[in-house]
Design a protein around this ligand. Structure first.
Ligand SMILES: Cc1cc2nc3c(=O)[nH]c(=O)nc-3n(C[C@H](O)[C@H](O)[C@H](O)COP(=O)(O)O)c2cc1C
Length: 123
């Protein structure tokens, strides 16, 4: 499992780097390491998906097993909306929306989910 993150000001990066798996910036991923990917991205400009995330998904969406999205509740109905759009357009399950770099409990929820996926592959 590799975490792929898209981050401008570092909040998403901080979340991604604390999930217990190797983490790579979205623009630096070039197909290796192989295996499943988990995406951590952010919402911009009224809930839009960043172009860098779109470029990544257009190429690698089949390897992405889930997504978590950072946002800010001040954006109201557009809070974390990039995650809803990714789920709808790319058919990738949205596991969690979180604010900023998230709380420990947010990271734990994603880590538990990731570990469950890894366990599922063993049986
Ligand atoms: C110009 C701008 C637009 C944003 N638009 C949204 C938005 O529509 N919805 C949302 O939930 N958060 C929005 N945010 C908040 C960011 O998604 C949030 O701060 C995120 O943690 C930034 O991640 P980063 O530090 O990894 O770049 C916006 C932030 C900025 C600066």
């Amino acid at each position: 499992m590799t975490i792929i993150y898209d981050s401008l000001t570092g909040q998403t990066k901080r979340f991604a780097q604390n999930l217990g798996f190797p983490a790579i910036h979205v623009k630096l991923y070039e197909g290796t390491p192989e295996g499943e990917l988990f995406l951590v991205t952010r919402s911009i400009n009224f809930g839009k998906i960043p172009q860098t995330t779109k470029d990544f998904l257009d190429q690698y969406k089949d390897k992405v097993i889930g997504v978590a999205v950072s946002g800010n509740k001040n954006w109201g109905e557009n809070y974390g909306k990039a995650g809803d759009s990714i789920e709808a357009y790319y058919n990738i399950p949205l596991i969690l929306k979180f604010e900023g770099s998230g709380f420990k409990s947010d990271r734990q929820r994603v880590m538990d989910w990731l570990i469950k996926q890894e366990e599922g592959k063993k049986v």
